[in-house]
Write a protein that binds this ligand. Structure first.
Ligand code: CTP
Length: 391
């Protein structure tokens, strides 16, 4: 299954390091070439001899160890198809998130241009620490694959979330990425993200709380799967795929329409303002003696509905943000808009949706089908949405 693939395993200094011996065997059983590098602290938990015997390769620990014409960290990074860091301690997670390269493993990961899977494992209080969570989110943002730790009895005696994810999960994720990396090659996917901004005057505007994270996650995942990805967003982002920055609903509509004709799929994850100010002022509106002020609003075009009306071969996907009666409203909306899929999410919940890094959605299709995606990171939800669309 994995012949001709090289899996680079990075082991850091956590008690779960001993489990990685079995992970190496799993990859070897599937004919992968396995390279192993460890942080010096990992050697407190496993021996070099064990890892060498299991991987049938030299194990790298210290930098500048093996004399070579190419710096060692670059050789490791060039050779492998995927890197799996397991267990990843809070310390190594923090170093990677902040670009620190003070040992062989962190130097290799910083030079690694192919997919990297990180499976953290630590005490539950450490896992919940907001600084550590911030580092994890930063890794997600930069496209790292995280196999999050599981809840259960921890080696330190605590009960909580922090235990290394099961080896099956880490193995399956690796195989999935190696085998499905380019599933969307040749497809052009256009995604919108963020809340539109409708000017009132040069200093004030109407907008909404959309963070743009769900659309960004969809674009990241589509890009990883090999699609020609275009993200039309109201937020500032820099990516290796095409970003078109827009502000208002009308700018967003122009940008989407310019990309629509030769697109294979359009996903409208943006929170488009339904109304804009009728005559927005070129000058700052001054305060008057009156206690009230009236703004006249006019309806914005419904971008999604208009795309659905003129689509030919394109798959058009809408989002549906509801604070009540999620399913009923979503069923009505998919009919009204005429889209192929509608992703419904409940914005009344604080733990998912707007601004959160997590989501839980129900995918409705035009034939009346429904599929619930359980709470997961927005990147994981994005991956599953793309899987449903391109099943
Ligand atoms: N949408 C759009 N143009 C608009 C409003 C919404 O393209 N002017 C798209 C959104 O990007 C989303 C879908 O329509 O994919 C549903 O958006 P939502 O805000 O849930 O619904 P609305 O149509 O705005 O209806 P309501 O606000 O009444 O729920």
């Amino acid at each position: 299954m994995l012949s001709e693939k090289t899996v680079l395993i990075g082991i850091t200094g956590g008690i779960a390091a001993y489990k990685i011996c079995e992970l190496i065997r799993m990859f070897k059983r599937h004919n992968a070439n396995v390279r192993v590098i460890c942080t010096p602290n990992a050697m407190n938990f496993v021996t070099k001899l064990t890892l060498q015997n299991l991987s049938q390769n030299e194990v790298g620990i210290e930098e500048f160890e093996i004399p070579d014409f190419k710096p060692e960290h670059i050789s490791y990074a060039d050779e492998a198809d995927i890197m799996v860091i397991a267990p990843a301690t809070a310390n190594t997670v923090a170093k990677i998130a902040n670009g620190i390269c003070d040992n062989l493993l962190t130097s290799v990961v910083s030079a690694f241009k192919k997919p990297v899977i990180i499976a953290p494992a630590m005490n539950c209080n450490m896992w919940e620490n907001p600084i550590i969570q911030e580092n994890i989110q930063k890794l997600y943002k930069h496209g790292y694959e995280i196999v999050e730790p599981e809840a259960g009895f921890l080696a330190c005696g605590y009960n909580g979330t922090g235990r290394l994810a099961s080896l099956d999960k880490i193995f399956d994720k690796t195989v999935e990425i190696l085998n499905s990396k380019k599933k969307l090659a040749g497809k052009k996917i256009v995604i919108t993200a963020g809340g539109t901004i409708e000017d009132i005057d040069p200093v004030r505007y109407i907008s909404n709380y959309s963070s743009g994270k769900m659309g960004l996650a969809l674009a990241d995942e589509a890009h990883k799967l090999g699609a020609e990805t275009i993200l039309i967003t109201t937020k500032d982002v820099q990516k290796s795929y095409k970003i078109i920055k827009v502000k208002s609903a009308s700018e967003m509509q122009t940008a989407v329409e310019n990309e629509f004709n030769n697109a294979d799929c359009v996903i409208m994850a943006a929170a488009v303002a339904d109304y804009r100010v009728k005559n927005h002022s070129e000058q700052k509106i001054k305060k008057t003696d009156s206690d009230t002020i009236t703004l006249e609003l006019v309806k914005n075009p419904d971008i999604l509905k208009e795309l659905c009306a003129k689509k030919t071969t394109q798959i058009v996907v809408g989002f549906c943000a509801e604070s009540e009666n999620l399913i009923e409203n979503a069923k009505e909306k998919i009919q009204k808009k005429g889209c192929d899929y509608l992703i419904a999410n409940d914005i009344s919940r604080k733990d998912i949706g707007f601004s959160s890094d997590y989501n839980e959605v129900i995918i409705l299709d035009k034939n009346g089908g429904q599929k619930r995606l359980e709470k997961a990171s927005k990147n994981e939800i994005a991956r599953q949405i793309l899987e449903v669309i391109y099943e």
